[in-house]
Design a protein around this ligand. Structure first.
Ligand SMILES: *Cc1c(COP(=O)(O)O)cnc(C)c1O
Length: 430
């Protein structure tokens, strides 16, 4: 039996002081009902809540924990950096080291700037793309989430989707009128939009593997087509690799699919669990940023020594690709086991996976865009989620989120998860 008394007390207290009781909406469990648990500590692939429950964790703080929680090297680096001061607001030696590491893993990046979140990275990448091209319009795809800045909060996935209102109140129409939203994986729609807006599209931004509407892979030729059409129209191709960067391969989706974008947005893993983002790409574009150029972008805590120290350890550990081989093995085991569990439970589940990212959609159709994703059975997902939680397995509290494996997951963790999934799915049926 899962105890929840202490979490309930803390949530009740939070509700009095924090909107919805949480500092980011998906944490409130609204999509699945019930209340969130409060975390006491985490280690490796496990998370312990304040009532002492021990869960196998597939959220991994929404991606950053690729090496597992409380990685000793990261903790040590943060501690030793903290002893020398937590922030200076003037350059520190970690910053060029971090930039070098990013460039080593992402050869498309000629210059890079650090910021404090994925939201900032995407917002700033769009601004520099507009500044460089002198054009206002951007193309994005429905179901892709690029953080919560105004012009990108149109048909965004993830938390916005879970609440059934991809568009947010408080964003003036004028702020999104330059954002063209198209269906993912639809190259014809992109070509038509480019032709209908000649000389006006600053760039196309996308998740090269979509992790904010469940998990959607690019169709063969889609990314190549985007690369070609942006070149033809002198628009920039912007890969939002906040989630996929260092995750689907050391060099992200651009390495996996051999595409060279003009700009790349990074976040999550790059901070080793501390708040960090980065955006970089072609040096001629990045040199439009202040103080060299007219595009303003800044941050009091950008390049923060604690965050840089943590991120450098994470990237060093991921560089060789060995971690990714192991992750793929684990991913394979999980995928095959889950498929068999669904068969034995006699349920239709479409499992989609890219390395250590995965999503099981409750439905029998492949998912290549947001409207496919929306057709799956969210009611079944809700019951599945609670079934898993009661069996001490924590999966993301929404059908439209990706699951994440870490190298700290053991075969035993995975086998226990498959067992829990089979039982949960059998209970759903009844
Ligand atoms: C998480 C995410 C963001 C936003 O990053 P934050 O650090 O939450 O602001 C942007 N783009 C993608 C693809 C993401 O997964």
């Amino acid at each position: 039996m899962r105890l929840t008394d202490r979490s309930k007390e803390l949530f009740a207290a939070s509700l009095k002081h924090i909107p919805g009781g949480v500092n980011s909406p998906v944490r409130a469990f609204r999509a699945v009902g019930g209340e969130p648990f409060f975390v006491d500590r985490a280690k490796g692939a496990h998370i312990w809540d304040v009532d002492g429950n021990d869960y196998i964790d597939y959220v991994g703080t929404w991606g950053p924990a690729i090496l597992g929680h409380a990685h000793p090297g990261i903790i040590q680096a943060v501690q030793s950096a903290a002893e020398r001061g937590t922030s200076y607001g003037i350059p520190n030696p970690y910053e060029p080291r971090m930039a070098e590491l990013i460039k080593e893993l992402f050869p498309s990046v000629g210059k890079v700037r650090m910021c404090n979140s994925g939201t900032e990275a995407c917002m700033s990448a769009i601004r520099v793309a507009r500044g460089f091209t002198g054009r206002d319009k951007i193309i994005k795809f429905d179901g892709c989430y690029h953080g919560h800045s105004d012009s990108l909060l149109v048909k965004a996935g993830s938390g916005a989707l879970t609440f059934g209102n991809p568009d947010s109140a408080g964003v003036p129409k004028e702020f999104t009128q330059h954002t063209i939203v198209l269906p993912y994986n639809d190259l014809d729609a992109v070509c038509q939009a480019m032709e209908a807006n000649p000389g006006q599209i600053a760039g196309i931004i996308l998740e090269p593997v979509v992790g904010n509407a469940g998990l959607i892979l690019p169709k063969d030729g889609f990314l190549e087509g985007l690369r070609e059409v942006t070149k033809q129209h002198d628009s920039l191709l912007i890969f939002d690799e906040v989630m996929t960067g260092f995750r689907v391969a050391p060099g992200g989706a651009q390495q996996l699919f051999s595409i060279v974008p003009d700009l790349t947005c990074l976040g999550k893993i790059i901070g080793g669990g501390l708040p960090v983002g980065a955006f970089g790409g072609r040096a001629d574009v990045m040199d439009c940023l202040a103080p060299l150029g007219p595009v303003y972008q800044a941050g009091t805590l950008s390049g923060n020594p604690l965050a840089m120290a943590a991120g450098i350890v994470a990237l060093e550990a991921l560089k060789s690709g060995e971690v990714h081989q192991r992750l793929d093995q684990l991913g394979n085991r999980l995928e095959n086991g889950m498929k068999k569990a669904a068969e034995r439970a006699n349920l239709d589940v479409t499992l989609q996976r890219c390395g250590s990212m995965f999503c099981g959609y409750f439905g029998d159709h492949p998912v290549i865009n947001l409207s496919d994703a929306m057709k799956c059975n969210r009611d079944l997902f809700t019951r599945y989620f609670h079934g898993m939680l009661d069996r001490f397995v924590y999966v993301a509290p929404s059908q439209f989120e990706t699951g994440f494996l870490s190298v700290a997951h053991s075969e035993e963790d995975i086998d226990r998860t498959i067992e829990a999934a089979e039982q949960s799915m059998k209970c759903i049926k009844n």
